[in-house]
Design a protein around this ligand. Structure first.
Ligand code: SAM
Length: 243
């Protein structure tokens, strides 16, 4: 059985999928509150920037992959209007249903699908925009997921990948302290789950840096890829145009 990493641990590929599911089953209920606490609310600005960079027009078809509790799906839905389409997807039913409930409470009924980013159940060329926010890091075969997102986009379509990335060197030490000491502690106190937030810190360190992810996106079929560093590189937005 092929091996991969789950945070800093080496695990069988199948185990990684199960353990990632366990993390998001555990945090789904407190996910939005934890996002606000751990990022000091900044995830809202990063997501707004992502939607602006994706430049959706009225009538566009958008696929939100690993959409979780639906922040991007909601913002895209407002931009594309009733004549457009936003499909909200995630591999984890608990995250997706927390998101669907929240969107319904806000009067938005979007098509949802539980699906694996590595095997998307949509025809070739069916979307103008695909997005994945803080999801790619958790995927076992990132190349396969990027290739799938390229496949379902039309030519000239755009993929936006918002993800943790490599922070500028002067901030590395304080950021390590925050990630490995403070985040698991807040996870323990608020979500009653320190381990999931330890995994978060480790998975960020194991994720490809800005240049590596850019190269991976080019290999997956994105002819042009722009990188926007946010939060001193602690978060990066990659925007790829399918050629
Ligand atoms: N996009 C949302 C946001 O930015 O708030 C949720 C991000 S959450 C940190 C990561 C999400 O990725 C989880 O909901 C998880 O279930 C999903 N995920 C992990 N592996 C996946 C896969 N292979 N395919 C689809 N979704 C996946």
């Amino acid at each position: 059985m092929a091996q991969t990493h789950f945070g800093y641990e080496q695990v069988d590929e199948q185990d990684k999928t199960q353990r990632v599911r366990g993390v998001f089953d555990s945090v789904a209920r407190r996910y939005d509150l934890m996002n606000d606490l751990l990022s000091f609310g900044m995830h809202r600005a990063w997501k707004a920037y992502t939607v602006t960079a994706a430049a959706p027009k009225r009538g566009d078809r958008v696929l939100d992959v690993a959409g979780g509790t639906g922040d991007l799906a909601r913002a895209f839905a407002r931009k594309v209007g009733d004549e457009g389409l936003v499909v909200h997807t995630d591999i984890n039913a608990a995250m997706l249903s927390a998101g669907r409930d929240r969107l319904l409470d806000e009067g938005l009924a979007l098509p949802t699908a539980v699906c694996d980013a590595e095997k998307l159940p949509f025809p070739d060329g069916s979307f103008d925009i695909a997005s994945v926010a803080f999801g790619l890091r958790n995927m076992t075969h990132k190349e396969a997921a990027l290739a799938e997102m390229a496949r379902v986009l039309r030519r000239g379509g755009r993929l936006v990948v918002l993800e943790f990335s490599k922070i500028a060197e002067p901030l590395r030490k304080p950021y390590d302290w925050y990630s490995f000491k403070v985040m698991p502690l807040i996870g323990k106190l608020v979500a009653r789950d320190a381990d999931s937030y330890r995994y978060l810190a480790e998975s960020i360190r194991m994720h490809p840096d800005q240049a590596t992810l850019k190269a991976m996106m080019k290999d997956a079929g994105f002819g042009h890829v722009d990188v926007h560093n946010l939060a001193a590189g602690g978060v990066a937005l990659h925007v790829g145009i399918k050629c």
